[in-house]
Design a protein around this ligand. Structure first.
Ligand code: 2AM
Length: 475
């Protein structure tokens, strides 16, 4: 019997497409799925007449693999991953490789890496991005974990990944949970960029009242310039689509309640743990949370007043200012993601190569964007760059765009149009660039009520003073 080069467990669309991609690149793939109907459907459908071997038990699956075995799990994150690992362990030998290709929480990956290393099994936690199509044609791949396992997988992963002028969008990220961490931050940036685009769409729609097909054309034009990116491109396609049932723009029949699977929330939680500000990402999570309270919002809309959106200025100027605002805010949101990665790299001793990460994200993944080319080059010039905003290319763009960005945020606020990401990102920029912040008052308040102490502007940093004569307060 022919032994397979690699095995994949989990035949949802992502799993199926990964199998087809690997097989197309010259490998024989064994496949298994918990629900056998899905397995049958795949091997008799898309997987038919290919070097794909369907297995009906885990025993059969493990026996059909060349040794050391390579098994990729593409199943629901959480307990199912632990359950499958437990089922596989008795069937595996030392040096076999298990790869978790799902959206696992990086702390779970760290835990599993340690456990499996003790069992003699090599473990990789790998982030795949690109959606269904990307995984089929060439995803962006973020592998973390056992370096020895990576060396065995490097050729295959780089072969199936997206390429930029022949260079793969796949490099080793770092030990244990590094790959899944980087994927989590990727998704966080994705949340923020989607939210920023949605806010800009809403401003134009509310203030100009232009049709969805006009907006579709506008986004297509924007895609030809600085904003060139997958998410702008699909936004243009989405806005051009008509609902076959009603003939209305499809976008107008889609309910305005955003769902989420949790990666944006994890990124926000981790940033809070790390003491790093990523407001564009966190506001994007909040925006989805508020949107999901549709019933409450409908009640509130009958009670809570605000201005009626109105615009009487020059349309072209508003459109151009909106484009510039979006680009500036986008730069700041990517900057926040990279600053979180820098902090995590130090915290977890991953030695993340931020240049390589920017390269991996340039093609195949959802946040792919012309901007990432500049980001890659910024880290090429200075691999220790604290924040992208300190790179001259980005500081210059924002210098040129900030007036428009401030105008758009002000206009939205005046008209009662919610812009949580555009406005919080602007405040992030203003906080970051300001040599003085009102934190001195916060320190004074802390010292007043809690004797927490403060540092002085005229004494060395780290020396703590306490003021003994705060006047008492008599209510
Ligand atoms: P299924 O087809 O049997 O549902 C994506 O959902 C993939 O994860 C599918 O292959 C699915 O298998 C698998 N999956 C989801 N929940 C699972 C569970 N609790 N245990 C094992 N596999 C699961």
């Amino acid at each position: 019997m022919i032994k397979s080069d690699i095995g994949i467990i989990g035949l949802a669309v992502m799993g199926q497409n990964l199998v087809l991609n690997i097989e197309r690149n010259g490998y024989t793939v064994a496949v298994y799925n918990r629900t056998l109907e899905k397995l049958n459907e795949f091997i008799n459908g898309k997987g038919r007449d290919k070097n794909i071997i369907g297995c009906y038990t885990l025993d059969e699956f493990c026996n059909s693999l060349k040794q050391p075995r390579i098994i990729i799990l593409l199943i629901k994150a959480g307990k199912p991953v632990d359950d499958f690992i437990s089922k596989l362990l008795p069937l595996l030998k030392s040096e076999d490789i298990i790869i978790d290709g799902g959206n696992s929480f990086f702390r779970d990956t760290i835990r599993r890496s340690e456990k499996l290393e003790n069992e003699g099994i090599q473990y990789l936690g790998v982030g795949f991005s690109g959606g269904e199509e990307g995984v089929l044609k060439g995803p962006s791949i973020m592998p973390g974990g056992s370096i020895k396992a990576w060396q065995q997988m490097e050729k295959l992963f780089q072969k199936i990944s997206a390429k930029i002028n022949g260079d793969p969008c796949c490099f080793y990220i770092g030990s244990d949970g590094a790959g899944h961490y980087v994927k989590m931050v990727h998704n966080g940036i994705e949340y923020s960029y989607m939210q920023l685009i949605s806010e800009v769409y809403f401003i134009l729609k509310k203030l100009l009242g232009i049709t969805s097909s006009e907006l579709a054309k506008l986004f297509a034009e924007w895609n030809e310039g600085d904003l060139n990116s997958y998410l702008i491109q699909i936004t243009s396609k989405i806005l051009a689509e008509k609902d076959p049932e009603t003939g209305k723009p499809l976008i107008d029949v889609i309910l305005d309640t955003a769902k989420q699977k949790g990666t944006g929330k994890w990124a926000s939680q981790e940033a809070l743990e790390m003491g790093i500000a990523i407001p564009s990402i966190t506001e994007a999570v909040y925006a989805r949370n508020i949107s999901s309270k549709k019933d409450e919002r409908l009640k509130a809309s009958k009670l809570l007043e605000g201005p009626i959106p109105h615009f009487s200025g020059e349309i072209n100027k508003l459109v151009e200012a909106t484009r510039k605002a979006l680009f500036a805010a986008k730069i700041c949101s990517y900057a926040q993601g990279f600053s979180l990665l820098k902090a995590a790299s130090e915290e977890y001793k991953w030695q993340l190569n931020l240049k390589n990460i920017a390269h991996i994200w340039r093609k195949g993944c959802i946040i792919r964007s012309h901007l990432l080319e500049q980001i890659e080059s910024a880290f090429q010039h200075n691999k220790n760059l604290d924040n992208l905003l300190l790179d001259s290319y980005f500081s210059n763009v924002i210098k040129n765009n900030q007036k428009d960005w401030r105008y758009i945020v002000t206009l939205a606020v005046k008209n009662g149009i919610p812009v949580p990401a555009l406005s919080s990102t602007l405040s992030y920029y203003d906080s970051y660039r300001n040599p003085s912040l009102p934190a001195n008052l916060i320190q004074a308040q802390r010292d007043y009520f809690g004797a927490h102490g403060f540092e002085r502007v005229d004494k060395e940093i780290g020396r703590i003073f306490h003021y003994d004569n705060w006047p008492p307060l008599y209510d």
